[in-house]
Structures are given as structure tokens and as C-alpha cells.
Design a protein around this ligand. Sequence first.
Ligand SMILES: [Zn+2]
Ligand SMILES: [Zn+2]
Length: 370
Amino acid sequence: MAYADCCRPVTGTCDLGQVHPEAHCRVGTEITDGDLDDVFSCWSAGFIFVSPLDPFSYLIAVAVGHAYCDGHYTENVCVPLDHSGSVELANGSDDNCDNVGLGDEFCDGVDNDGDGRVDEDAGSCLLRFLAVPVCWAGTDAEFEAAVGRQERTFLEASGLASCELKNVHFQRVLPSQLNVPCASPSAFPSLQAIETAVENAGLPGTDLRDFDALGGFTDQDLGGTARGATDTRGRFWGETHVIGTSLPDVVLAHEFGHVTGLDDEYCSVEGGANGSAACNSDSSPNPLDATLSCDPSSTSCCSVSDYPAGDTTPCAGQYDVCCLGNAAVADAAASTLTNDPIGRCIMSSSFGAPPRRYCQHCLNHLRATG
Ligand SMILES: [Zn+2]
Ligand SMILES: [Zn+2]
């Protein structure tokens, strides 16, 4: 005689709470009670000591049996249903409740749900980048390698490397498909011209509504001392490297930082530079910070490098490289952020000390703006 033959669990559906945006993925099961299945079984097994054969004590035996069975199960604990065997169908729903590909669109650059859009559903991608060559002189393979290094730097700097396959998508247009011409070989490319060229080319998988950022990448020296620029509409351009020179692979991460509202950390309004551009200030989301190894009022961090000899004004009023920038975080994927002893924030100059990561202020801002 097994206990289960005497008492049976009574189950019901329950709500798991707001752990998933879709209702069917929030339904679970729970044991609500232990039920007396057969009073005679319980009695003959010795679980009940009031004889149900005595008509006067039958009702007492039933009551005792219910009381006995009750409380012998773990009750009112909501257990998720197992949806792992469910097939993901093109029905606008996350059938297998895995929180990936809500609405059947996965973050993979493919139109999974067949609606003509790529990776567009809420939850399918955290971030989507479209990389486009701008007067690229090298080969397709060189473009892929150069942009790939930029993507890798961003993933490591943002702590998203482990999410890469599921949540961050990089789409690349190759130079052989579209190579946006430069109006002038030594001038900043027009971000609007890059966008228009992409729209006019109409290549598959390049609907700009499906991307968080559009980056134009060049291997030419278009910016002089500048290495890239951005606007408030998620568009930027940058030099991956200039042929014959070496540059760190931080331009995508740096310019995307501006897209989210971060300021440059290589100059400081507080340190004396011109505040008309995106130069760091107290009101920046990523202010220079003594606790992050950059006190803007100190020559230990600002008025360095380009500080003119004899000039007593820190940064000399210039929007120029005159601050080192905050310390880079040691590991962006760690649960507690700490400062790297040497590396400087990606929002500082492209020539800042490696390893290049975002600083704590920048990372917190990026996470808050999602
Ligand atoms: Zn910048
Ligand atoms: Zn920073």
C-alpha cells in the first residue's frame, strides 16, 4: 500500500507572475491540496485509525483522512509548464516560451516570420547594427575583418559578448555590393548621403527601420585628427583604420556611445575646454570622475597631451585632446564593476591607453538606455 494510493494531489493552474510578456507563458501548475482518494485504502493501510466500517465513525474517518492527506504535498508552489517541446510557429507568439524570438523573429538577420522585415519584433534583438563601406579601398574580406574587430570590441566593452548570438545582430553590406562614394577624399562624409545610398541600393536585409544604428566605415583618412562622427538619429561614420597606420578598433563602440548620448571624455568643460560640442561636463551622463581615476580639475587627468606649453588654462578652451578620460572597467561582464588600472574609457581619445572598455558611468548609461 503506497501513500499515493491513499492520498492524491489535487492540481490546478496558477499564474507565474509577470515573468513573460505573453499570457500563455505565465501559466503554471500547482498542487492545491492533498485529497483523500479512498477512505478504505487509507484505513486498511493504517493511515486512519477510525474504522469506516462503523457507520457512526465513517464520517469521522473521512474527515480524519482528508486532514491526513492535506499537508502531505508541497502546496501552492507554481511550477512553469514545460514548453520546450513546442515548435515555434509563425503565429506572432513565443510558442516555446523561451523569451527569444518573441513573435517568432530571431536576432539572426533572417526574416523568420516571413513578414518582409528582419529582426523587428520586440525582444528579438537587443541591438542591431548595419555596417556600410564608405569609399572603402580594400577588399570585401578586409572590410569584414576590420568591421568584425570593431564589433568584437563593442561586445567586450559592453559586456554583451555572451549575448552575441541571440541578442546582438551585426549586418554588413560589402564593398562589392555598395561602396558609398566620398564627396571629397579628405572631408567628413555626409551621414545623410550614407543613409540615402543604402535606401537607394535597396539591398536585402537593409531596411533601416530594422536597425538601431547605421555605421559607415572607411579605410581612408577622412577626418584628419577626428576618427568619426555621429548624429542623434543613430547614424555615424568612422575610420576603422587608415591604410598605412594603425588605430585601435574602438570607433564603432565610441560612436555608438554618442548615439546613446554619451559625451567625449578626452576633453572637459570643467577642465577648461569649449562646451559647445559634445565635450564632457558635470552634466554629462559620463562625467569625468576622480573615483574613476580622472579628476577634471587636476593635471593628473586633464590639461595633458595637447596642453600648450605655458598656457595656464587647462585644456586651453579647446575642444581638443586634453584629458585622459575615466578608467575603463576591468570586466564589463562582471557583477561588480571595477576600474582597470591602466585602460581608459572608449569615450576618450582613440589613442587612450588599452585595454579599451567603457568606464563605469558609460556602462551604467548604456544599460539604462538599453
Ligand atoms: Zn567622440
Ligand atoms: Zn566613459
